[in-house]
Design a binder for this molecule. Sequence first.
Ligand code: MN
Length: 489
Amino acid sequence: MSYVIEGRTGPWEIVVGLEVHAQVISQSKLFSGAATAFGAEPNSQVSFVDAAFPGMLPVLNREAVAQAVRTGLGLNAHINMVSRFDRKNYFYADLPAGYQISQYEHPIVGAGVIEITLADGSTRQIGVTRLHLEQDAGKSLHDQHPTKSYIDLNRAGVALMEIVSEPDIRSPEEAGAYVRKLRSILRYLGTCDGNMEEGSLRADVNVSVRKHGEPYRTRCEIKNVNSVRFVMQAIEVEALRHIDIWESGGTVQQETRLFDPNRGETRSMRSKEDAHDYRYFPDPDLLPLVLDEAWVAELKAALPELPDAKFARYQQDYGLSAYDAATIIDDMFRARCFDALVARNADPKDSANAILGAFSSKLKDLGIDWPEVLSPDWAHLLEEAAAFLAAKAAGRISNASLNTLLLGMGAEPRGAALEGLIKEREQVSDTSAIEAAVDAMLAANAAKVDDYRAGNVKLFGFFVGQVMKAMAGKGNPGLVNEVLKARLG
Ligand code: MN
């Protein structure tokens, strides 16, 4: 198979593997009780363990382990019942211990798989090699003082899951789909908030190129890319750089690079170190991590419904199109609102149309988003929408009235007034009333009726519109059409 970026890769195939660092949702850090909230005063969330004071001992956070197990289960991955923590040794000013506690040969989660969907609707399975737990480092601040650098250790020791993919990705588009799908699974699981702007999800992108059917060539790793768009752009420019080098007779050097989105290029950061440079060894302060079968089974039983299962259910049980199902599911909170409407017995197809149409525009007017709809302050929106959808399903109101009613929702709950609002828009299904309106309209438009009978069939729509107008929009559209056809036929 050949993947071409706007026709510029020719015989070259792009090969990409991703290492995604996902910050674990947890009240405290991986080995200390310090808090993890984003945006706190620098160095206000640092324990003696995080600052690596002599003699301090790490204590493993059970919730961080549970989150890693949940994530492994959500990625259909093998859970390793015994894993181990290792020290990865390197010096950096924002790493006070001189090593990062990570997992090397025995990660907590082994092989799994993520299914991605591409723009043309086709799917591909991307292998997940492993997931391991490790500490985040602190942050160096170089722009606060002309001659000094500052260190903020709030992030030091925060639990990360490093999720490593197989080199199965073959284009920028597939990489984008992979990161979006992974982020969506993590959000549904509640194990990472996926906020790339805040750094809670960042990707190291390994890129190489090869001629089709050849062995892999040298790869470069682009560090800490923090948006889906940048991941895709970085792969594109890096692959083209490799192709230029190989085609001009040069050799790509293995190295770590940075992506500069402003200049649209990657540049060298340092020559790539190998694992042995880090002198990994088992952390003598921590026992091997042994999981309990029953506890893992409990975590598995409590997993929420994940995007793939929802996608299948929305199509099979509710008859939604793949496009509508995917669009609703793309935002976890929107999917929860949809589920909430269906749980209130609303018709699934009408609910999907409402969620993707009038309900959605209403939220923009109100300046809120789907998470707020699930909060107590706005719970009446779901109640009102369910009542209107029920009226539509019962044939009491037309689709146009349903949309008008949805667009009329506001900050104040209307409670008992709802039934009155529905009554005002109740459609007339009384055939004699519709016949009377049709006859009156035909009599008032005699010339157009002659025109229609002479072959100008486009006028039918005009007639329907006139009847609906005369009936203040309440005529049952199906019956209006039927009566008109009979009279004109
Ligand atoms: Mn890492």
